[in-house]
Ligand binder design. Structure first.
Ligand SMILES: [Zn+2]
Length: 344
C-alpha cells in the first residue's frame, strides 16, 4: 500500500468521489485514551480513495463514510493502544551501516532517549575496570580470568548482586567459620571412608613462623574426580622428625582420621622427612601405618635440588666464570640438596 507524502497535492485527485474526504489537518489532532494523549499523526494516507493506514498496527482504516471519527475510533481500539504502549516501552534497534554496530536508537516519543555505546566499547570499558581493580589492589595478573568468571557468575542474579555487601570483619568471619568449615567438613567426611594421600612440606610463613603445610588428595565419589585440598597448616616450634611426627599424629587424632586410610605421604627428600633411619616417613611407617607405600620425594624439590649444581657445572661453558646464584623465584623451597643417606 503506497503511502502518500505528507501534504501531497495528489490528495485531491485520489479522493474524488469520496463522501468524507481526507484532510491533512486531521493529523494535527489528538485523542485522550486512558490518560494518554495520542496524536493522529500515526496515520498515513494511502493512494486508495477513502482509506488511510495506521503506522503503529499497520491496520487499514476506511474513513469514507464517517470521516475522521473512524480514525479517532481506531485510536481507542485496545489492540492499537497495546501496540502503542509496547513501542513506548521498548527501544528501537538499528544497525549503523558504517560499522555494522547495533545501537539502540532513541524512540520518537520517548521522554528520555537512551544512548547505549557499541558492544566493543562496553567490553573495553569492562576490561579497563578489571585491570584498574587489579592494579590498585596489587593483585597478580593471573587472577584476571578468574575475576571475569566470578563477575559473570554474580551477574546471573542481578537482584542478589544489588543486595550484596560484605565488610572486612564479616568476610574474615564467614571465611573462617563458613567457607573453610564447610569445605573441611566435606573433605573429612570423605577421607574417613576412602584411601587418601598426603603431601606435606615445611615452610616459613609471612610472620616468620615455621609451618607444616598438609595437603590431602583422594578420589571423590561425590565429585567423581581426584580432589586435592588443603587440610591443615600446623605451627611448629622446632623442625625435627619427632616434632613433625607429633604434629601429624595430633592432627589425625583431632580430625578423627584412620591411619589405615593413609596410602602414601609425598614429601621432600631431606633427612628429616625421608631419612632411612630417623626420618618422618620411617617413624610413621614404624608406629602408625606399616602399609605405607614407599614412594619417591616430590619432583618439585628434585628439580630445585638438581638445578643449582647443574647451573654451577654449566656456568663456565656458558661464559660465566662466577655463575650467579639462582634468582629468588627458583628458591621457593629453601632446602638442602639431597643427602646421600636418604632413600630415593
Ligand atoms: Zn493502529
Amino acid at each position: 500500500m503506497a503511502k502518500l507524502a505528507l501534504n501531497s497535492p495528489e490528495l485531491k485527485s485520489i479522493e474524488q468521489g469520496v463522501k468524507n474526504r481526507f484532510k491533512w489537518s486531521w493529523l494535527l489532532e489528538t485523542v485522550q485514551v486512558e490518560g494518554n494523549t495520542f496524536s493522529l499523526n500515526c496515520f498515513s494516507k494511502i493512494r486508495e480513495p477513502g482509506k488511510a493506514i495506521c503506522n503503529i498496527c499497520n491496520h487499514p482504516i476506511n474513513y469514507g463514510t464517517s470521516g475522521k471519527i473512524a480514525l479517532r475510533k481506531h485510536m481507542m481500539h485496545p489492540k492499537h493502544v497495546k501496540l502503542w504502549k509496547m513501542q513506548q516501552q521498548n527501544m528501537h534497534i538499528e544497525i549503523a551501516r558504517a560499522d555494522n554496530i547495533i545501537v539502540a536508537a532513541p524512540h520518537n516519543n520517548s521522554a528520555q532517549p537512551r544512548s547505549i555505546p557499541p558492544l566493543c566499547n562496553r567490553v573495553a570499558q569492562d576490561q579497563a575496570l578489571i585491570l584498574g581493580f587489579i592494579a590498585e589492589n596489587s593483585l597478580p595478573l593471573s587472577v584476571t580470568s578468574g575475576i571475569i568468571k566470578l563477575a559473570q557468575e554474580l551477574a546471573k542474579d542481578p537482584k542478589a548482586l544489588a543486595e550484596l555487601s560484605m565488610d572486612r570483619t564479616s568476610a574474615s568471619y564467614k571465611l573462617t567459620h563458613g567457607v573453610k568449615k564447610t569445605i573441611l567438613d566435606e573433605v573429612l567426611e570423605e577421607i574417613r571412608s576412602v584411601p587418601f594421600s598426603l603431601n606435606v612440606d615445611e615452610a616459613t610463613s609471612k610472620t616468620n613462623k615455621r609451618v607444616l603445610g598438609v595437603l590431602v588428595s583422594y578420589w571423590s565419589e561425590k565429585h567423581e574426580r581426584m580432589v586435592v585440598q588443603h587440610l591443615a597448616a600446623l605451627e611448629l616450634i622446632s623442625v625435627t622428625a619427632e616434632s613433625l611426627f607429633s604434629a601429624l599424629d595430633g592432627l589425625f587424632e583431632r580430625m578423627n582420621l584412620p591411619w589405615d586410610n593413609l596410602v602414601s605421604i609425598l614429601m621432600d627428600s631431606c633427612a628429616v622427612m625421608r631419612g632411612s633411619k630417623n626420618g618422618l616417613e620411617k617413624k610413621i611407617r614404624d608406629r602408625r601405618a606399616p602399609h605405607l607405600l614407599d614412594i619417591d620425594g616430590d619432583s618439585c624439590h628434585h628439580l630445585h635440588n638438581a638445578s643449582q649444581p647443574r647451573s654451577l657445572l654449566a656456568g663456565p661453558y656458558l661464559g660465566f666464570n662466577n655463575p650467579a646464584p639462582l634468582p629468588p623465584h627458583f628458591l621457593i623451597q629453601p632446602h638442602h640438596p639431597p643427602n646421600p643417606s636418604t632413600r630415593h
